[in-house]
Design a protein around this ligand. Structure first.
Ligand code: GTP
Ligand code: MG
Length: 429
């Protein structure tokens, strides 16, 4: 039975009964408030805008303090994001505020990829939260949630139309974050031009399908003010932390040779409207929308990408367990297939190697036979030669013996002749 079925059944069986006296569960909202106060709140703002458009000054003005931060140079090779977290305290409410600012945005000649680091940063915060959520031992109540709750998009006070960079970036961000577009340094633009500029920006956002954050009008207590403020978007703001004495009050203002612009004067700019909407009325809604809309979308896409789904192809509910088992089986099947492929490959390789070895063996045998035959021929030739030499030697020996014989016979005949002559000589004398 699904959770909705159970809820429906409980709803059907539920009766309203009166209480005879005070029970105390009417203090639940107070308990909730106390718990929230003791835990503290966290809010993360992303300021996207070209270098020097007044991002840091506006943050200082909004939170009435001086945050750290050095001005960026205009020579950044790419867009980076700089994040700083601060602990703020107002009355008994603690706020962990993270201000993330783009560095080098709009400074490159080729701005095609300028939106990417911003998108990646937002996704990285969602991913970190998802990883924490998926942990077995998760500690979400102490986890520092770094997901971006509001993106203040700083538009340059050109008085013309939006730049392509602005449109592309806002389009890429609108499904990931609550975008509040603001016209920065609006003291640089005249009143009549500002009205036209706002209309132009709104129509360009609509025609390009850019979804900006709408202040919610479903809660009656804030529906009216939020409805009115939606019509004032984009807010034209001025930032300054300089306090000047105007009348007998100290006010945040910017002083020029020709006069003074008061930041908190609604006739001069929309700063008060922005502060009211961003901090005083809709901070909780921005946090809520981030979790229920933008993070939910990221989580859904990510889990679907990983193969998780709520229903099977026949639209029947498909539990996490079933998904896990299906994935496991799919994985095991793939593993088996891979194993079989590897085995086949191994057998094939062994066969090839065997054939190669056989071929090499055959070649060796042939070579051996050739060499053997060559050797036999050589041997035969040598034996023939030896034989002919022996024959020659024998013939020579025979000739030698004959010659010796002849010689000895010759010498014998010679000595008997000498004896005969000696005898004749003796007889003569
Ligand atoms: P990087 O961090 O370097 O990108 O700049 P940034 O966008 O943070 O701008 P920053 O707040 O450092 O302001 C840049 C300059 O603009 C400073 O000289 C500010 O005094 C001036 N400035 C800020 N806000 C306004 C404004 O509303 N109007 C005018 N005219 N100047 C402003
Ligand atoms: Mg700055």
């Amino acid at each position: 039975m699904s959770a909705t079925d159970i809820a429906r059944q409980v709803g059907e069986d539920c009766r309203t009964v009166p209480l005879a006296g005070h029970v105390g569960f009417d203090s639940l909202p107070d308990q909730l408030v106390n718990k929230s106060i003791s835990q503290g709140f966290c809010f993360n703002i992303l300021c996207v805008g070209e270098t020097g458009l007044g991002k840091s000054t506006l943050m200082d003005t909004l939170f009435n303090t001086k945050f750290e931060g050095e001005p960026a140079t205009h020579t950044q090779p790419g867009v980076q994001l700089q994040s700083n977290t601060y602990d703020l305290q107002e009355s008994n409410v603690g706020l962990k505020l993270t201000v993330v600012s783009t560095v080098g945005f709009g400074d490159q000649i080729n701005k095609e990829d300028s939106y990417k680091p911003v998108v990646e940063f937002i996704d990285a915060q969602f991913e970190a939260y998802l990883q924490e959520e998926l942990k077995i031992r998760r500690v979400l109540h102490t986890y520092h949630d770094s997901r971006i709750h509001a993106c203040l998009y700083f538009i340059a006070p050109t008085g013309h139309s939006l730049k392509s960079l602005d449109l592309v970036t806002m389009k890429k961000l609108d499904s990931k974050v609550n975008i509040i577009p603001i016209i920065a340094k609006s003291d640089a633009i005249s009143k009549s031009e500002l009205t036209k500029f706002k209309i132009k920006i709104t129509s360009e956002l609509v025609s390009n399908g850019v979804q900006i954050y709408q202040f919610p009008t479903d809660d009656e207590s804030v529906a009216e003010i939020n409805g009115t403020m939606n019509a004032h978007l984009p807010f034209a703001v001025i930032g300054s932390t300089e306090e000047l004495k105007i009348g007998n009050k100290m006010m945040k203002a910017r002083q020029y040779p020709w006069g003074t612009v008061q930041v908190e004067n609604e006739a001069h700019c929309d700063f008060v409207k922005l502060r009211e909407m961003l901090i005083r009325v809709n901070m909780e809604d921005l946090r809520e929308q981030t979790h229920s809309r933008h993070y939910e979308l990221y989580r859904r896409c990510k889990l679907e990408e990983m193969g998780f789904k709520d229903t099977d192809p026949d639209s029947k509910p498909f539990s996490l367990q079933e998904t896990y088992e299906a994935k496991r089986n799919e994985f095991l099947g793939e593993l088996q297939k891979k194993e079989e492929e590897m085995r086949q490959m191994f057998v094939q390789r062994v066969k090839e190697k065997e054939a190669e070895l056989k071929e090499a063996e055959k070649e060796l045998h042939e070579k051996f036979d050739r060499l053997k035959k060559l050797h036999q021929d050589e041997k035969k030739k040598l034996e023939d030669k030896k034989k002919s030499l022996e024959d020659e030697m024998n013939a020579f020996k025979q000739r030698k013996t004959a010659a010796e014989l002849l010689q000895s016979q010759g010498s014998q005949a010679g000595s008997s002749q000498t004896l005969k002559r000696d005898k004749e000589k003796k007889n003569f004398f």
